[in-house]
Design a protein around this ligand. Structure first.
Ligand code: NAD
Length: 352
């Protein structure tokens, strides 16, 4: 087996532990900042305001308008607040939507970011920003986008509803599964991916049994860090391409789309690289696709694209879009195979 690889460690500071979000102000000061703009979605306004309260004079303002897919008009409204308040850093409290807004500001200003993630999406450890304008989602990768400090505080995830915990966890697992066969994988990304999958295999059923259990919440957040890190360091393939197409064109919910598609895309690629996906079969039992599907069903995940409101005609269009520009995947892609894969995911069939 070839041992050739290139490895680049991330320069971000990762802080992990119960109650550690209380140190956000100290981290802002370490970054040389004293005018933080706190960001959140409207749903997490109360938590953002409480955080600003704790930051005291270090908080310049709070902007609670973050929404899914980082629309450019929302970023422009937030940028107005950055200018008015002369903010010198952003503190993003929330899931991938809030992190996305913080990244969009950093991309335009190079302001440092402190992120306190409250879902398992993993955006906080990637230098990637997806933003939407005029109904089109584009992705940029730049060093200024990678947050400088990430504080993983499981206490802030105790209230993440069980259904969202499940889909967000499966969303994270999809990063790890694709990292296992990534063309530019390295020994560390492979170790992190397998460890991330193991963390979710035990923590998601435990969260269902006891949603406010601190140990399971900490394990899931640990999995989110591992899976997000590999998303940020190696290339993704078929799975992310299809989910990007479905989310971008049909506005399907991000985490649910990943959760439904994962067993199908993994099964498709397992036919080409079974040895690389062996850790998935080991961890979840049985075949790669079947094992993931059984796990998703066990934890109550949505299983069928039709339940997200997609029609069979949408599948035709999605197959065209997902195959119009060639990209690397461990198994060759053609329109007919992708259409068949989408049909199975639409019906909610268990992959073999
Ligand atoms: P989200 O951030 O939109 O959160 C979903 C909802 O849950 C929001 O209303 C949010 O306020 C709420 N919420 C979050 N945490 C909560 C908690 N602990 N308790 C109660 N409510 C909570 O969803 P997401 O799945 O985390 O992020 C999706 C977005 O992130 C998409 O736009 C996706 O494209 C992006 N993303 C980007 C990357 C990247 O590397 N660029 C990676 C993953 C996801």
């Amino acid at each position: 087996m070839s041992r050739d690889f290139i490895y680049n460690g991330s320069p971000a500071h990762i802080v992990f532990g119960e109650g550690k979000s209380a140190a956000a102000g100290e981290w802002a000061e370490k970054l040389g900042c004293n005018r933080a703009l706190v960001l959140s979605t409207p749903q997490q306004k109360a938590d953002a305001e409480a955080l600003a309260e704790r930051l005291g004079p270090l908080a310049a303002s709070v902007f609670t308008g973050a929404v899914m897919h980082t629309p450019v008009d929302v970023t422009e409204r937030a940028m107005e607040v950055v200018r008015q308040t002369k903010a010198d850093c952003v503190v993003s409290l929330g899931g991938g939507s809030t992190t996305g807004l913080g990244k969009a500001i950093a991309y335009r200003t190079d302001l440092p970011q402190i992120v306190i993630p409250t879902t398992y999406a993993g955006s906080e450890v990637t230098p990637i920003l997806g933003q939407t304008e005029g109904g089109r989602k584009t992705t940029v990768r730049h060093a200024s986008i990678l947050p400088e400090v990430v504080i993983y505080d499981p206490a802030l995830t105790l209230g993440l509803p069980v259904g969202m915990s499940v889909t967000s966890g499966l969303n994270a697992m999809a990063h790890a599964v694709e990292a296992l066969y990534a063309r530019d994988r390295n020994p560390i990304s492979t170790l992190m991916a397998a460890e991330g999958l193991r963390a979710f295999k035990t923590s998601l059923p435990d969260i269902i049994a006891k949603p406010r259990g601190p140990d399971a919440r900490a394990d899931a957040l640990y999995g989110a860090w591992l899976c997000g890190t590999v998303l940020g360091t190696v290339g993704m393939a078929l799975h992310h391409k299809i989910c990007h197409t479905l989310g971008g064109t049909f506005d399907t919910p991000h985490a649910d789309t990943h959760a439904i598609m994962l067993p199908h895309t993994a099964a498709y690629n397992a036919a080409a690289v079974p040895e690389l996906l062996a850790p998935v079969a080991d961890i979840f039992g049985g075949s790669v696709g079947g094992g993931l599907w059984d796990f998703a069903r066990q934890i109550g995940s949505p299983l069928a694209l039709k339940d997200l409101g997609l029609t069979e005609a949408d599948l035709d269009r999605a197959s065209d879009i997902a195959t119009e520009n060639p990209y690397w995947n461990p198994r060759p892609i053609d329109r007919q195979s992708i259409r068949a894969l989408l049909q199975d995911a639409w019906e909610g069939k268990r992959p073999a």
